[in-house]
Write a protein that binds this ligand. Structure first.
Ligand code: MG
Length: 149
């Protein structure tokens, strides 16, 4: 699957530090055959992605829509800003996860070295990839016919 990760409070906290298990989870997802992307409501964050040491895991970095999700993703695709549609999004904002399908991750702010939300998302992704669904409370199904018209 093409998995799109949000940046702030999903992968990094308030001070820009990486959330626990990000690297380990990325490695595992890539091992499982997934392709990973990072997008952000603040714009294209490729220089920060690079500084955080994430570039080697990531197939693309782009800006993220903050409303009108389906239409704006289609626009980004048609204009070549993204070259695939997201199959699964991981984000700490309910609206985008509900609109596009994916996992709602608990916001990470700082300092919680025991945070295991990346592992939680990995488990949802694995089960969804295998079965097409998940009964996890943080899973949001992709709406039928998304991006089709
Ligand atoms: Mg966020």
């Amino acid at each position: 699957m093409n998995i799109f990760f949000d940046m702030d409070y999903t992968l990094i906290g308030l001070t820009g530090t990486l959330r626990p298990l990000v690297i380990e989870t990325f490695e595992q997802l890539i091992d499982d055959g997934h392709t990973l992307y990072i997008w952000s409501g603040l714009g294209n964050r490729s220089s920060e992605v690079e500084k955080l040491g994430l570039s080697e895991y990531i197939a693309g970095v782009s800006s993220k829509p903050i409303d009108d999700f389906e239409e704006l993703v289609k626009k980004k695709f048609n204009e070549g800003e993204i070259d695939v549609y997201p199959d699964f999004v991981v984000d700490d904002h309910e609206e985008i996860v509900s609109a596009l399908g994916g996992g709602l991750i608990k916001a990470f702010f700082a300092g919680d070295n025991y945070d295991r939300e990346m592992e939680h998302m990995y488990n949802i992704i694995s089960i969804y990839d295998e079965t097409g669904s998940s009964d996890d409370h943080a899973f949001r199904p992709r709406p039928l016919g998304l991006y089709k018209d």
